[in-house]
Design a protein around this ligand. Structure first.
Ligand SMILES: Cc1cc2nc3c(=O)[nH]c(=O)nc-3n(C[C@H](O)[C@H](O)[C@H](O)COP(=O)(O)OP(=O)(O)OC[C@H]3O[C@@H](n4cnc5c(N)ncnc54)[C@H](O)[C@@H]3O)c2cc1C
Length: 227
């Protein structure tokens, strides 16, 4: 069965006028069980609980009452959602990494080599101390972004910072934790490798690091001077 099989509908953003760039895009609710729609599923390495795929449209008719929001405003509608979801993705990754760090402190306290817990080695405990520091900073960045949103203040650059830095930091932290578990961490019956795969995907979904840095640069420099 296609991973997109259970989906009966989709919100589709399509160009309705030729105004260029972000203008002229409209959001529609589209019935996916009608002639002309083909569903394609992707086989991804992680975040398997959420299916991904593509829907292809060939001469599909959509009634006017299926327009979502205002005609031509689809792009700005979806961009406002991104400023929110990017902070949430950051927190999702930080939470996954923090759980892994908590478990790793416990593991290195119990695991003994040469008659003493491996936590007695600076090479084991200091990377975890660094991880705690990085995750605390990433969490506060996400909270600050959500606080700005709540206060009705601009937060596009901050949301982009959350999106590139929190997933990357979380990925690096989980990688450190996996290595500190030795061979045990590499096993598929432990959740660490799955968390690594999931957080890797969240470095891509909702926009890659390069695009986030482009957004931050444009916020600081304006379009004329930014890359
Ligand atoms: C886990 C996951 C969940 C996802 N969820 C969704 C979803 O819910 N909805 C949805 O629509 N999509 C979703 N996606 C798709 C995702 O948004 C895109 O894959 C992502 O935005 C990158 O686009 P692309 O794959 O077309 O890569 P491309 O745009 O082809 O980019 C390929 C590489 O080139 C770099 N690149 C591209 N343009 C530039 C540039 N101008 N400057 C510098 N570097 C550049 C990119 O950073 C990337 O490294 C998801 C993907 C994943 C992995």
């Amino acid at each position: 069965m296609s991973l997109l099989g259970p989906a009966n509908g989709a919100v589709v953003f399509a160009r309705t006028t030729d105004e260029g760039r972000g203008r002229g895009i409209t959001a529609f609710v589209v019935d996916l069980n009608q002639p002309g729609v083909t569903k394609e599923s992707y086989s991804d390495m992680g975040t398997k609980a959420v299916a991904r795929g593509a829907a292809h449209f060939d001469h599909v008719r959509v009634p006017a009452e299926n327009v979502l929001g205002e005609i031509g405003q689809g792009f700005s509608q979806v961009m406002q959602g991104f400023d929110f979801s990017r902070a949430l993705i950051g927190l999702q990754c930080v939470g996954t990494a923090q759980q892994t760090v908590d478990e790793t402190w416990e593991y290195v306290s119990q695991r003994e080599a040469f008659d003493r817990p491996i936590s007695k080695n600076q090479g084991v405990s200091f990377p975890l101390a660094e991880s705690e520091t990085l995750l605390t900073a990433a969490r506060l960045l996400c909270y600050q972004t959500l606080w700005l949103k709540d206060a009705g203040l601009p937060h596009t650059a901050e949301a982009a910072m959350c999106k590139w830095w929190a997933p990357k930091t979380s990925y690096d932290v989980i990688n450190t934790c996996l290595l500190l578990h030795g061979q045990y961490g590499y096993r598929t019956e432990k959740p660490i490798e799955q968390r690594l795969r999931d957080v890797l995907g969240l470095q891509i979904g909702d926009g890659t690091a390069q695009i986030m840095k482009l957004i931050i640069s444009r916020q600081k420099l304006g379009r004329a001077l930014a890359p």
